[in-house]
Design a protein around this ligand. Structure first.
Ligand code: PEP
Ligand code: CO
Length: 437
């Protein structure tokens, strides 16, 4: 297996002190894994079901997690939002929903420019809390390897809380259902009345039939992030003592971004060596041969549950760009899961100067994703969204009709605009209706 160190590596920070970097990396290598091989294997089995249309995947969380926002409330609200979405989607799909938080490690960001200039001052661009600080000062923006240790600890405490919530009763379906009733009681969402009433009836039926709700209060919940910062990901690779295979133990699922997905570049090469289920973001300019090359590198033998293509085309391009890619992969025959990321191809600048996304456009891309897969006889396997459990105003539109002027009220993201709690649930109800057909 080639080493990623011999390959072109894009989007990496330049650390001023390499000895410091090496000390931190050696320290990280000696620390316990954040996730365990057995859990990663379980997710691979779940992703194999997604491939075959026997489960639906929901991946969601911040564009960039920040250290300061890794508080208990913040994490709880994100988990709650994902659990609420999953309950609705489970009903809509009549299938298990694989729940994956874009959480507990989403601390490194690719940027369009290496630097940022304000009032004649040029500093390194913010690359995520794992790399440097957001404040526009030289001190903050200088990449600091110690941040990797902080990221590791924050990821660990975040996972600890996620495990407590999802194993300790917080995920009780009755509770989740009652939160969803609170959502649909809002007149802004009256169009979901029929679905809400059906969900109510289904819950009463389960109760009457003697379903063991206590057993349903524990759910599997996985973590994912972009495997961007090569030194960090490499330092988290561990050999499983049972099988001798390598796992990237920084998260259950890792993906490579649109900007770093070259089949022979460093990021894909790093993920070739690990057993985790992996994803690759695919933009509208990808060629069918790019996808085949990625399959050759990441899943040469066509193992199930290994590879996911997360398409992020833009609502205006998906109908033209996606079919040829899906057809080429279908003709190849090796299995993949397809997920839609309806966020990253649909970012716009508001007249008021905010990076935003329009709720209606996001839904348009999801609808096209389903339509394309249905017409080609392939499986629309899941959705990947940027969301938060908080009541922010970052994406315009939705039932609460957030306007361009309202963006100023609670615009808190450090990088890309996220769906707020209500908008996330609205997406889930809409997708549930698409899944029901
Ligand atoms: C992201 O998911 O935040 C991201 C940068 O996506 P992409 O690689 O698809 O642009
Ligand atoms: Co983003």
């Amino acid at each position: 297996m080639p080493s990623w160190r011999e390959r072109p590596a894009f989007q990496q920070p330049s650390y001023p002190d390499l000895a410091h970097l090496n000390t931190v990396v050696a320290d990280l290598r000696s620390r316990p894994p954040l996730v365990f091989a057995g859990e990663v294997d379980s997710l691979r089995q779940r992703m194999a079901q997604v491939e075959q249309g026997q489960a639906f995947a929901l991946m969601g969380g911040d564009c960039a997690e920040s250290f300061i926002q890794s508080s208990a409330d913040n994490i709880r609200l994100k988990v709650q939002t994902i659990l609420q979405m999953a309950a609705v989607l489970t009903y809509g799909a009549s299938m298990p929903v694989v729940k994956i938080g874009r959480m507990a490690g989403q601390y490194a960001k690719p940027r369009s420019s290496d630097t940022e200039t304000r009032d004649g001052v040029t500093l390194p661009a913010y690359r995520g809390d794992c790399v440097n600080g957001y404040n526009f000062t030289k001190e903050c923006r200088t990449p600091d390897p110690d941040r990797m240790l902080d990221a590791y600890l924050r990821a660990g405490t975040t996972l600890n809380l996620i495990r407590a919530f999802t194993m300790g009763g917080y995920a009780d379906l009755r509770e989740v259902h009652s939160w969803n009733r609170g959502f649909t009681a809002n007149p802004a969402y009256s169009r979901f009345e029929t679905l809400a009433a059906e969900l109510d009836r289904a819950m009463r039926f389960m109760d009457a039939a003697g379903v063991d709700f206590d057993a349903l209060s524990r759910v599997e919940f996985f973590s994912s992030h972009e495997a961007l910062l090569l030194e960090y990901e490499d330092a988290m690779i561990r050999e499983d003592s049972r099988s001798g295979r390598l796992y990237d133990t920084s998260a259950h699922f890792l993906w490579v971004g649109e900007r770093t997905r070259g089949a022979d570049d460093a990021h894909v090469t790093l993920l070739r060596g690990v057993t985790n289920p992996v994803g690759v973001k695919i933009g509208p300019d990808a060629a069918p041969s790019d996808l085949i090359a990625l399959m050759d590198r990441l899943n040469p033998n066509g193992e199930s549950g290994r590879l996911t293509f997360i398409t992020r085309m833009g609502a205006h391009r998906i109908d033209d760009a996606l079919p040829a890619l899906v057809e080429a992969v279908k003709a190849d025959g090796r299995p993949v899961s397809w997920m839609t990321d309806p966020m990253h191809g649909n970012t716009i600048m508001s007249d008021t100067g905010y990076k935003t996304r329009n709720f209606a456009t996001i839904l348009d891309e999801i609808r096209s994703f389903f339509r394309v897969h249905q017409s080609l006889g392939t499986v629309p396997g899941g959705i990947h969204v940027e969301l938060t459990g908080d009541d922010v105003t970052e994406c315009i539109g939705g039932g609460e009709s957030i306007s361009e002027t309202a963006l100023a009220e609670r615009y808190e993201t450090l990088v890309d605009p996220r769906l707020n709690h209500q908008q996330s649930l609205e997406v889930a109800f809409e997708v549930a209706e698409m899944l029901r057909g």
